[in-house]
Design a protein. Sequence first.
Length: 391
Amino acid sequence: MGFRKKQPPKPAIRQSLGVYIHVPFCRKKCAYCDFYSRPCKDEGLMDRYVRAVERHFGDYFRGSESFDIDTVYFGGGTPSLLGGKRLRQLLNALEKTGGIAKGAEITVECNPESVDKKMLRTLFKAGVNRLSMGVQSAHDEELLALGRLHTFQQARQAVADAKEVGFSNISLDLIYGLPDQTMEQWKDSVEKIIALEPQHISAYALKLEKGTPLYEENPELPPEDVQADMYFYAVERLQQAGFEQYEISNFAQKGYRSRHNSRYWDLSQYLGFGPSAHSFFGGRRFSFIADTQGYIDGVEGNGPLLEEAEEVASFHRHGEYIMLKLRTTDGVDEEEFYRRFRLEFTPYAQRLSKYIQAGYCQKEGGVWRLTPKGMMVSNAILTDVLESELL
């Protein structure tokens, strides 16, 4: 009687996962910034922060082989302020504990004055393949009003250095609606950013957030209609330059969408590490305490770590999906919506249909999208479409 050869166990289904690492340090807090960050020159604190994040990786990943980490994003703050050595250390720790998928998108945010060729070379060799650089304006007087520490010439040099080192996926940030900004100044900034030949551009409207120095200063911003014209100009001009708009504020050359940020807009899973970092994982949203020493203490078991946590019921998830997808140019596909939630899109389509004639929305086949005009007033449209979950 023969023996049947024992079959090896089937491998577990591996889940795609993004990892966000919040670096809370900066040289100086920008006048408009309301993210959790702190000016820091304390090298010892930076080292303790890095060790805490490494330990936190182990808490989540050690012994687990069920995830494919295919996007990693260092945000802040100013991640490049940590220096190339510490950033490489964090990447190595993540690779060791969680494993980083082949071909993963690995992004580091940086400011033009915080990088040089040596650091850029270290990051590139460590596997970083995407840079997100905060340029914000091509006009030094506007940069000064925002509390930025760099000039536009420094930004131009930083981009040139990054390309020389080998980076071929560079994203540049711009802000419109700045104090006393004219349409001519905005157009000039857009042109000069295009001339730097990045692969991705993010264009955001300035928001005066309560608690920031700029909010207290209460400067006069361009009128709303001028800001709308600035936005529409950017959409049209960037399209002419070969940039596809794929989200309200984001534009990319073909093949260069931010894979990590796209996770946020389609409800894919991601884990955040560091003080104030948010996560969407296992059907739960949670965030960690917005305090650097508090975060370090929490990871070490010497204090609370979670700031807030909630279960995201599938009932609420479909409304969030609509809200997020309508921020993108992909829009909501009725069939995909049904496959994902086993719900008909009809009630939401009825609400959206009234915006077609006014030019705020369009339908192609079974796909609903907001137009650039609709994206400018997306909050009001989404509030209407999702009002009381149409009950």
